[in-house]
Unconditional design. Structure first.
Length: 99
């Protein structure tokens, strides 16, 4: 995963941080409604504030901002050593699980 990001100075790709934050929002949404599946619909205002190395411990947080119909919006952030390294918003769409 880190081979191309960047040789001799590896870092966690922004797309991996974004996916981890979206998954964190999905876990938070699932805790409210365990019979629903949540899919990533949009990424908004994602900012990467400093590079993250592959050995650094990342703390992920998601806070629900609102819900309209089947769309849930979350504020998300990633921290390393209590320092914000990435932040933004993601939108998830709710989809009822098939039994």
């Amino acid at each position: 995963m880190f081979a191309g990001h960047f040789p001799g100075d590896p870092l966690v790709p922004g797309v991996i941080l974004t996916e981890a934050l979206a998954q964190t929002a999905g876990i938070a949404a699932h805790q409210e409604n365990s019979k629903t599946r949540f899919l990533l619909s949009a990424v908004r205002q994602m900012k990467f504030l400093r590079p993250v190395g592959p050995e650094e411990k990342i703390v992920l947080r998601a806070r629900k901002l609102g819900e309209v119909d089947q769309l849930l919006q979350f504020e998300v952030e990633a921290l390393v050593d209590n320092q914000l390294v990435a932040a933004g918003q993601v939108v998830l769409s709710a989809r009822q699980e098939k039994l």
